[in-house]
Design a protein around this ligand. Structure first.
Ligand code: CTP
Length: 402
């Protein structure tokens, strides 16, 4: 999955022949899972039509301060558009547009939008050889780099004028790869390893029966996805679940019992930076597992159970540099029980679910959590989707771990 998946990309097109390549650029962003909106200078419309770009981006294309198609002249808000974007790319950026960006000459909608954008801005120049070499162009580029805009250099090759040299806009594939790498490099959990447990465990009684619980695994899987989207390498140790995930940064280790989960966690804990135990691990398991199916006998049956290993507590005991997060599912005396679990298991953060809250707990798409850190600071959240809950948890981890 691309790091651009779910990102809002604003493409600004200025008037050069390389504008024809922006159709491919829009398609690549869409293929990467981004949402794309396009802003054009009036001159760029001579090189590629707004209809092409709106069809490919599935969004209206903006090129003037008012909506020309609408007789009521609706005002196009460049500020909203600039704030909407997660990133802006100006490609091709002509000498004229570079100069206007550098001097803040907002005489067209694209420059006004650029000046309103608070997101990272990338620019890919395209022009003829001598224009690209001119001191004025170089000065504009230096000024924009000084504004922390990201310069995607032009490449060498045959130019529209017939001259051969530097000035060709970088190819659309290379522009997308440049932006993906830059976004990836800046992810807050890049180079971090995160261990996450998820789902239930099944404790065998005999070859066909087990003791289990209703955990769906969804919360752990959502945590894994959010962590990977923040750039972390994730080891997801999961008990039996219907959940699936396909992400280059997530390795799923499927386990069945608490003992298998314990072993897998300890294999990966030493070099993990963060560990989150979201699994609903069985607290007890049958003391003996029958080799053959247990036959029906009298009216009653007693199964001797013994304690499983507490994985989270064992990680707490061996904690060195790791940031350790546990969950607490409580029905009464919630805050006090969660605080005591946080201390007993040597955690940095505990996520409290109360079964008294509607929509929280096992098998639901939503959850309502309260986060308590090791300084006993408490943060209570509303009922949210498990994806949003996972984001809230990571926002808190990032604040504490920064
Ligand atoms: N946990 C674990 N290994 C176990 C039991 C629990 O890693 N054998 C972890 C869970 O993943 C969760 C936390 O411990 O992060 C708390 O689980 P919970 O069942 O709420 O608490 P327990 O410690 O089992 O205590 P109790 O059942 O008495 O509330």
């Amino acid at each position: 999955m691309s790091v651009l998946s779910g990102k809002k990309v604003l493409l600004g097109i200025s008037g050069g022949i390389a504008a024809f390549k922006t159709a491919a650029l829009v398609r690549l962003f869409i293929k990467a899972g981004a949402e794309v909106k396009v802003v054009m200078t009036p001159a760029s419309k001579d090189f590629i039509t707004p209809l092409t770009l709106s069809t490919l981006s599935k969004n209206p294309v903006y090129s003037s301060f008012t909506d020309e198609e609408n007789e009521n002249e609706v005002w196009n808000n460049h500020v909203d558009l600039g704030l909407w974007a997660d990133l802006m790319i100006i490609a091709p950026a002509t000498a004229n547009t570079l100069s206007k960006m550098a001097t803040g000459n907002a005489d067209n909608f694209l420059i006004a939008t650029y000046l309103s954008a608070k997101c990272p801005v990338y620019f890919a120049p395209a022009m003829d050889l001598d224009m690209y070499q001119h001191g004025s162009t170089k000065k504009s580029i230096d000024t924009l780099v000084g504004y922390s805009n990201h310069f995607i250099p032009a490449t060498s090759g045959e130019l529209a004028s017939g001259l051969v040299g530097e000035g060709r806009m970088a190819e659309p594939e290379d522009i997308v790869a440049f932006i993906e790498k830059d976004v990836q490099d800046k992810l807050p959990l890049k180079n971090k390893k995160i261990l996450i447990t998820a789902g239930p465990t099944y404790e065998a009684m005999d070859p066909v029966r087990f003791i289990g619980n209703h955990s769906s695994g969804k919360m752990g899987f959502e945590l894994a996805k959010v962590a990977a989207n923040l750039g972390a390498q994730v080891i997801l140790v999961s008990g039996p679940t219907k959940e699936t995930v396909a992400h280059g940064l997530i390795t799923v280790i499927a386990v069945v019992s608490a003992e298998e989960m314990y072993q897998a966690c300890h294999q990966h804990y030493a070099d993990s930076d963060i560990a989150i135990c979201a699994a609903a691990v069985a607290d007890y398991k049958p003391a003996e597992v029958a080799d053959q199916k247990i036959k029906k006998k009298g009216d009653n049956m007693v199964i001797q159970l013994e304690k499983t290993k507490d994985i989270l507590a064992s990680l707490g005991e061996q904690k060195k540099h790791q940031f350790l997060v546990g969950f607490a599912l409580e029905t009464n005396n919630e805050l006090e029980n969660a605080k005591s679990k946080l201390k007993r298991k040597n955690l940095d953060l505990i996520v409290l679910n109360s079964l008294q809250d509607k929509g929280a707990g096992f098998g639901k798409a939503t959850n309502k959590v309260t986060l308590i850190n090791n300084k006993e600071q408490i943060e209570a959240f509303e009922l949210k989707s498990k994806t949003e809950v996972a984001q809230d948890i990571f926002n808190t981890i990032l604040k504490a771990h920064a």
